[in-house]
Design a protein around this ligand. Sequence first.
Ligand code: SF4
Length: 416
Amino acid sequence: MACCATEALWQKRLHEAGVSALYLHIPFCVRKCAYCDFSSWATSPHDPLMARYVNALERLLTEVEGVGLLNGCQTAYIGGGTPTFVGASLAQLVRDVRAAAPQVRELSCEANPDSLGDELLERLKDAGCTRLSVGVQSLSDSELAELGRIHSASQAQTRLSAAVAAGFDVSADLMCAIPLQTDGSWMASLAGILACGVGHVSVYPLQIEDETPLGERYGTSEPAFNDPEVQARRMELARERLVQAGFERYEVASYAQAGKDCKHNQAYWTARPYLGLGTGASSMLTREGYVALQSICPQFPELSDGVSRVRLTCIDGRHELPVARSMADLHFDLEFLSEVQAAAEDLMLGMRLVRGPEPGLVDHARKVIGGSAVDGTLVWCKDQGLIRKSGLRWTPTDKGWLLGNVLYGKMWDLAS
Ligand code: SF4
């Protein structure tokens, strides 16, 4: 009986027409960082394209609100790029999100220290932004220079402290296994951001991507500073330091004080549908959500019977988006997932969380994929030390995260 009730709840989630989370992408930056392969372009602060781009996002927002997609939306995140680079337009965009999705309880903006002045802090607060996620990466000036960041360590600390004092929930991003970094400088960066009073920290190992200045400099040379053992040690040092400071790890790269976890990012890892607007932005919609969006996107094909979930990525660039009069003018990459693929994807994403995938999801996956396949995979991962059973839940181990490609790959293999 309990199992049927859980499956009914899971089915309800998988068929919600509205989205839980909204993402808006601002693809502009002052300068391109040396490691960055995100959808972002360097431009002048006076580039009129930025205001036209934001206006286009506002039009699209009004349009998707009109078909009810945002009715149950709980969180919004304006990311980039550097959203704070567009200045007062960002505060107006926050207001527009508030108007389009009034029940949003967490509204985050990504920020860089060099464009997060006192005046903008005040405007964002007034507009209804609740959370700032600040790209710091390091508190060593020489490491920041190697990364091509344009802010200094002291500027980062000053702006973090100002954001905390202004009453925002503040998160800082830090990067490990970067050029010039030592264990000591990594610990100093962690201590420095903690001293600013942030309630959330995200830590990532540097990924050296092709077609970036760092990729060109280091190619396939596997530099010692980025060695997998260095990455693992620095991530472990971060865990020890942040836990000691009263933070709880809730995702492989995310730590928070009580109640300060990022609700928006958790939507991505718990099978909640989300809508992304802007160049390069992705959405994940249920069948029902896709049909709702199709009513304003006649360019979308009809769904075939076996489709349970649709992933969409807007492929229009920063110049095309401002001239789009409506969603109907945009272009998307579309990916259609079956019920089996959706369940495997949800298991894979759930393994990023400390608490692992929800038991209801595991039961649902057994039902649609097959009990022996799912159980066989879980037991194999347990035997390899990648996951463990904690009460009713399967949770990832430290080894599972260190060998994330293996763990996530095994879950995704269930799709086939
Ligand atoms: S600020 Fe962020 S998005 Fe912009 S170039 Fe640097 S890493 Fe990329």
